[in-house]
Design a protein. Structure first.
Length: 100
């Protein structure tokens, strides 16, 4: 019981503090529209990544605490879209959380 409730959480905390993982610099944004401009073939939708990048740069420039006035596109090195596949991705993630 002590091992499960004390030692394992200590090791997890130490690991998290010393090892850099994508979770340390990744933002998970939920609820984005599936498409822009009415369908995935529209010109607006083809600019989805650029528009999202522009939005994030605006957020960085206008933060309430510690704004980054000179933020530009290089502050957002990569945007990756992950599809939900009718909830399969969320279900898989929920199982991982439950296993912790």
């Amino acid at each position: 019981v002590i091992f499960k409730n004390v030692r394992i959480p200590q090791v997890v905390k130490l690991f998290d503090a010393t090892i850099v993982t994508p979770a340390d610099y990744t933002v998970d944004v939920l609820g984005l529209p599936r498409e822009l401009g009415g369908d995935c073939k529209s010109e607006e939708h083809k600019q989805y990544e650029a528009k999202l990048r522009e939005h994030f740069v605006k957020i960085l420039r206008n933060l309430q605490q510690d704004p980054i006035p000179d933020a530009d596109d290089s502050c957002i090195p990569r945007i990756s879209f992950v599809r939900e596949f009718n909830g399969a991705v969320s279900d898989f993630m929920d199982k991982g959380v439950q296993l912790q």
